[in-house]
Structures are given as structure tokens and as C-alpha cells.
Design a protein around this ligand. Structure first.
Ligand code: ATP
Ligand code: MG
Length: 417
């Protein structure tokens, strides 16, 4: 027996409707904001993620599924969706088209992590990328799209908002952070010691308790924002207020990716610990240029579908059950079974969900099976029904039966489904 790879999951037929529901709602919400789907490859040149996600991130440093293909090219399974969308935007000349360009994707993503609840090696993201607008309205719109989705899924979470400024603000802030952390460096975790050298901002993102404790007294980025970044942040807050979206300022939110500028945000649920962040995003005005395009401002987010489903369950969110068949045809003998097959074919063509025996069950076992399927009607056909040209239709909810002519089957079940 060969087992499933560690950190991956099967979605079985009995639960796939939950996934389909989340994906359907995500598509509907995207459409309601005029956001169009983009699909990019599952693997890309490794360098794309090194550049687009950043060499100081956990993703690039330790989580990527990288391999040499048979042509000796280094390829990587996408660990996130944004870099590929950025590459496609440049490569297809979309920056020369009409802007803003509002895109979304639903994609698997791959990260070599220690698997836990809500932390997998293959997981799925719904992401939104809004390219071309630098104004705060677009930051607010990204947040509103995420907020609308979470509401429609029945999830209640809090929105944490911060600004990490531009590279100019960050230069001064990084110095302040280094000065603050220097006396504590021995107490920091192994990763944070490297972060201290390479990218002090990332120290704030650490999930180790010891580091979190020290972080609590670190200086706030908001005191280091330049005039323009501070104004932008004020406007984002104003637009969120106009939209009626509640938020909390959290100066500890810095995001894991290198390309973020200004607005960063997370939607966080309490209860699944370090995996409580169901959705995260922000502005990344530097990305497209970093990937070799023109300077194009951008803002977006990604939500993890597995985490959304976990939190939906915790919130007791209702997921509509899949439709059960309207009718099950039970045949008593060979000739009747053929008539069942004929009627079932007609009903399916007419858009009525119908089922039939495929297992050569006895009539009693067919009734039992029909009950398990949760059908509304069982239509029984035997020798005398064939002679009459009419079947015996039992309403499973009321227990009542009536005769329905074969010719009337489509009309009868279409009306009563
Ligand atoms: P975390 O801090 O939990 O590791 P992250 O900052 O690495 O998250 P992002 O790169 O921002 O996560 O990805 C966006 C979203 O994708 C997360 O908010 C989460 O919902 C989901 N996600 C990220 N990594 C995983 C994973 N390994 N398994 C399942 N979902 C994930
Ligand atoms: Mg991570």
C-alpha cells in the first residue's frame, strides 16, 4: 500500500461540496467586484520566486519544492500565487493595456512545512491581485473583497491593519529595530538571529513565544512613516470607514513577503493558534519592477481555503447540502429494468436528477439504497406496470403512491423536483 505524501490531503466525494461552496462563493464575490480570473502554471522558474517572494523570507529559504527538470532547469512548484500573476502580467504585455487590471485565482500552493491543522504542504489559495492603482481606494477595495467573502462564508474574524511604509520609512525603522533588539539578541530564536542581520522587520513576524515576548515592547513602525505613507494610511482607514468595514490597528503585522509596501492586513480567527490567519495581504508597489516590468502599483491578498473551511466549521457556518436525486427507478425484472433505464435517460436529458439500480440488487435492497440516496420518489416498474404503460410512484416523505404514465414522467418529475 502506497500512502499519501505527508502534509497533503484527499478531498473525498462526501465532503467535496464544501470546497465547491467556498470556491463558488469566492468566484461570485470576485465577479461582484468586477474581478476576472487568471490562471498561471503550477510550476515556474525558481528564480521567479527568489525575486518575487524574496530571498529573506521563510518561503524561499526553507519551504520551496524545487527540482531540476530533465533539461536541467531549476523549477519550483508555486508556493504562492502573486509572483506568477506578476510574471504573466509583464510577459503578456498587460501593463500596456487598460488599468487597473483586477484579477483573482484559485490555485494549489506548495510549501515544505511541518504539517499541522491548517498548515499543509499542498494547500489551496483564493487570491486577488489588483494591478495599476496607487490610491488608497484600491487598498480598501482589496480589503472589502476579502471582508465580503468572509461574511458570505459565515466566518467572523477580526481585521488587523498596519502600514509598513515605503523603503525610505523602512530604512529608518529597521535601524530603530536593530537598536531595540541588539541587547536581546541572545534570547532570540535561531531564525530571528539571522533575521536581525538580513531583515529586522521580519523579527516582528516570529511565532516563537520567547521572541513574541521581546517583540511586544519593540518600537512601532507607525511612528516612522514618512508624510506620504502616513497620509496614505489615513486614507485607507477613511475608506474602510465609508465601507463600514471594522478594523484594528496592529503594528506587529509585517507580512512574510519581501515585496510589501505600505498597507498590510490579516484577517485572524481565534482558536486555531498560529494557523489563525485565514487571509492575508497588502500593497506591493515594488513587485512588478522587481520582476523586470515597469513600475506598476499593486495590492492584493490570499486566503487559504483549508483554513477558511476549518474556521467555518468553528463558526458553525451553514454549507448548503448537495442536491439529492429526485427519483430512483426500481425495476423488478429484465424488461422493467430496460424501461427504468429509458426513463432515467429521458429525465437526465431533461435536467432532472435521476438514479437507477446498477448493482443488480433485489427490489427490497433497491428501496433501501434509494432511502440512503435521500431521493424524493421511488418509481417502481414490474410486469403489470409495463402492461399498463404507467409506473407506481411512491412519495418517500408522505409514503403515498400514485400511478404516473410513462409519457408523463418528464413532466411529472420536472414539476415535482
Ligand atoms: P503563516 O504565517 O501562517 O505561515 P504566511 O504568512 O506564510 O502564513 P501567506 O504567504 O500570507 O501565509 O499565505 C496566505 C494565506 O495562505 C495564509 O493566510 C493562510 O490562510 C494560507 N496558508 C499559508 N501557508 C499555508 C499552509 N502551509 N497550509 C495551509 N494554508 C496556508
Ligand atoms: Mg508561512
Amino acid at each position: 500500500m502506497i500512502n499519501i505524501p505527508k502534509g497533503t490531503k484527499d478531498v473525498l466525494p462526501a465532503e467535496s461540496y464544501k470546497w465547491q461552496f467556498v470556491e463558488r462563493v469566492a468566484r461570485e464575490v470576485a465577479a461582484s467586484f468586477n474581478v476576472k480570473e487568471i490562471r498561471t502554471p503550477t510550476f515556474e522558474a525558481t528564480e521567479l520566486f527568489q525575486r518575487g517572494v524574496g530571498n529573506t523570507t521563510d518561503i524561499v529559504n526553507k519551504e520551496m519544492y524545487t527540482f531540476l527538470d530533465k533539461g536541467n532547469r531549476s523549477m519550483t512548484l508555486k508556493p504562492e500565487g502573486t509572483a506568477g500573476v506578476g510574471r504573466a502580467f509583464i510577459e503578456n504585455g498587460l501593463q500596456g493595456g487598460v488599468l487597473p487590471l483586477k484579477m483573482f485565482y484559485i490555485t494549489p500552493a506548495f510549501r515544505y512545512e511541518r504539517p499541522q491543522a491548517g498548515r499543509l504542504r499542498e494547500f489551496h489559495q483564493f487570491g486577488v491581485e489588483l494591478f495599476g492603482a496607487k490610491g488608497a481606494e484600491m487598498d480598501a477595495e482589496a480589503i472589502m473583497i476579502a471582508n465580503t467573502l468572509l461574511k458570505k462564508l459565515g466566518i467572523s474574524v477580526s481585521l488587523k491593519l498596519n502600514s509598513i511604509g515605503c523603503p525610505e520609512c523602512r530604512k529608518r525603522y529597521n535601524e530603530a529595530l536593530k537598536a531595540f533588539f541588539a541587547p536581546h539578541i541572545e534570547a532570540l530564536c535561531y531564525d530571528c538571529k539571522t533575521r536581525f542581520e538580513k531583515n529586522p522587520l521580519r523579527l516582528l513576524d516570529c511565532k516563537e513565544e520567547a521572541c513574541k515576548k521581546i517583540n511586544a515592547a519593540a518600537p512601532s513602525i507607525l511612528e516612522y512613516l514618512c508624510e506620504d505613507c502616513a497620509q496614505h494610511f489615513e486614507k485607507v482607514k477613511e475608506y474602510l470607514e465609508i465601507a463600514g468595514v471594522e478594523y484594528e490597528i496592529d503594528e506587529r503585522i509585517v507580512r512574510g513577503l519581501d515585496y510589501y509596501t505600505r498597507t498590510v492586513f490579516e484577517f485572524v480567527a481565534s482558536g486555531i493558534g498560529a494557523q489563525g490567519t485565514v487571509c492575508a495581504g497588502g500593497r506591493y508597489d515594488g513587485l512588478i519592477e522587481e520582476l523586470g516590468g515597469k513600475s506598476v502599483p499593486a495590492v492584493g491578498f490570499a486566503a487559504g481555503l483549508e483554513r477558511l473551511l476549518i474556521v467555518m466549521e468553528q463558526c458553525g457556518a451553514e454549507i448548503p447540502q448537495p442536491k439529492t436525486p429526485t427519483v430512483y427507478f426500481a425495476g423488478m425484472d429484465e424488461q422493467s429494468r430496460k424501461q427504468c433505464f429509458r426513463l432515467c435517460t429521458q429525465l437526465r436529458a431533461a435536467g432532472v436528477l435521476a438514479e437507477i439500480d446498477q448493482m443488480e440488487r433485489s427490489i427490497k435492497a433497491q428501496f433501501k439504497y434509494a432511502d440512503k440516496l435521500g431521493v424524493q420518489y421511488v418509481a417502481v416498474i414490474g410486469e403489470s406496470e409495463l402492461a399498463d404503460g404507467a409506473m407506481n410512484v411512491k412519495n418517500m416523505a408522505t409514503g403515498e403512491s400514485e400511478k404516473v404514465a410513462f409519457e408523463a414522467a418528464v413532466e411529472y418529475f420536472s414539476k415535482n423536483q
